[in-house]
Design a protein around this ligand. Structure first.
Ligand SMILES: [Zn+2]
Length: 259
């Protein structure tokens, strides 16, 4: 059994929007309804200055809105919206993490796969999950996440979110798919799940201006990388920023960061 979430030191920030701001005017936003994981509450978040309103979708605040360029992402959301499309829950994530580590450490991986009673190791997707696990493990092996505020961009099914929580980070996720946010909020509730898009992060999070942070993006196709990059460069002088991607790659931005 690898170190579990039980051993992590983090602060659960249920729906704390203190460090978020209105995408339109950058003023603080106010939560005016109680989050409910089973319903969509329209206009549950209001800007303190302008008339912008944002929704709580299944308990997750969604800041920002989809743009025309997000059409491919919206198609993906629709394609994955089927009720029988099951995403991994918390126990499944922890079960798979144990197997991935055991597979990695096995002296004979072929024998491990043949002899392991858990059928997960023989699933067609197991090698893909192992590649992701290996990327994360290699990229972060020299890092300490304890006490860091981490923004996990494109958190998806929450595997990396879970790893960051276990590593001691205080994690905020940014995920554009409401179904994934809904699942992730239940599977990895120790993180703060926020719905939104990567190209609006420059106005959503004052956290960039207030806390050292690590920016994690595991997504092979960020919707607007030039905008994403400009955010990194603009805030680079005042932050610890690391950029991790699905491709084995490490970037150190000017004068900063543990990477
Ligand atoms: Zn506003």
């Amino acid at each position: 059994m690898i170190d579990g979430i039980e051993g992590a030191t983090f602060q659960r920030t249920l729906v704390d929007l203190e460090d978020c701001q209105c995408v339109r005017c950058r003023a603080p936003v106010l939560l005016v309804a109680d989050p409910d994981p089973d319903t969509i509450i329209r206009s549950a978040i209001k800007c303190s200055i302008c008339d912008a309103e944002y929704d709580l979708i299944w308990g997750v605040p969604f800041l920002g809105a989809y743009d025309r360029e997000d059409i491919t992402g919206l198609i993906e959301i629709a394609a994955n919206a089927r009720a029988d499309n099951l995403y991994p829950d918390g126990p499944t994530i922890r079960r798979l993490e144990c197997l991935l580590r055991a597979y990695h450490e096995a002296p004979d991986r072929r024998a491990f796969v043949e002899g392991e009673p858990d059928e997960f190791v023989r699933a067609p997707w197991f090698s893909n999950r192992y590649d992701e696990w290996l990327h994360f493990t290699e990229l972060t092996k020299d890092l300490s996440f304890s006490g860091l505020s981490v923004l996990d961009v494109g958190a998806g099914t929450g595997f990396d979110t879970h790893r960051l929580v276990v590593a001691g980070a205080q994690v905020t996720t940014l995920e554009y798919n409401p179904a994934l946010c809904r699942n992730g909020n239940k599977a990895v509730p120790e993180a703060r799940w926020i719905g939104g898009l990567a190209h609006s992060i420059d106005t959503e999070f004052k956290v960039f201006n207030r806390h050292p942070g690590v920016l994690l993006g595991i997504n092979e196709s960020l919707p607007s990388f030039t905008a994403f990059e400009s955010v990194l460069m603009r805030h680079g002088p005042s932050l610890d920023i690391g950029l991790l991607t699905g491709v084995l790659y490490r970037a150190r931005l000017r004068g900063l960061g543990p990477l």
